[in-house]
Design a protein around this ligand. Structure first.
Ligand code: FES
Length: 128
């Protein structure tokens, strides 16, 4: 099978931005299963209902790494509502497309971010 990535995907794969862990994050989201090898963890800091910082760890192929990098760039400084509206398809478009056999690798990043936002909102609720 011949997989051809565009230059934007290759750039995000070779030099992923915002990769890492956020200490004392406000929210975390995890998608995947280490038993099968692919996993994405998103960490966020929230300030004034905006994503003040995003970092991630990703265990997957070039497309998965590029997807997380692109999503972090897209979502940075967005309101939580705007970030929740970002879909897997939005990320693929932002990257300029992924080869069809690799489209499934993009699924998970947006869900992990959405989970991190839900986690942050749950933590903000007053504790009884
Ligand atoms: Fe497993 Fe792409 S993330 S093949």
């Amino acid at each position: 099978m011949n997989i051809h990535y565009n230059d934007n995907v290759i750039m995000h794969f070779l030099e992923p931005i915002n990769v890492g862990v956020l200490e004392n994050s406000d929210g975390e989201g995890i998608v995947g299963d280490m038993t099968c090898g692919d996993m994405m963890v998103m960490y966020i800091h929230v300030q004034d209902e905006r994503l003040a910082d995003i970092k991630y760890q990703v265990f997957g192929c070039a497309a998965a790494i590029a997807t997380c990098s692109a999503l972090s760039e897209m979502a940075m400084n967005k309101t939580l509502g705007e970030a929740l509206a970002i879909t897997d398809e939005d990320v693929i478009r932002y990257l300029g497309g992924l080869p069809d056999p690799k489209a499934h690798c993009s699924t998970g990043a947006a869900s992990a971010l959405h989970q991190a936002i839900a986690d942050a909102r749950a933590r903000q609720k007053p504790q009884l």
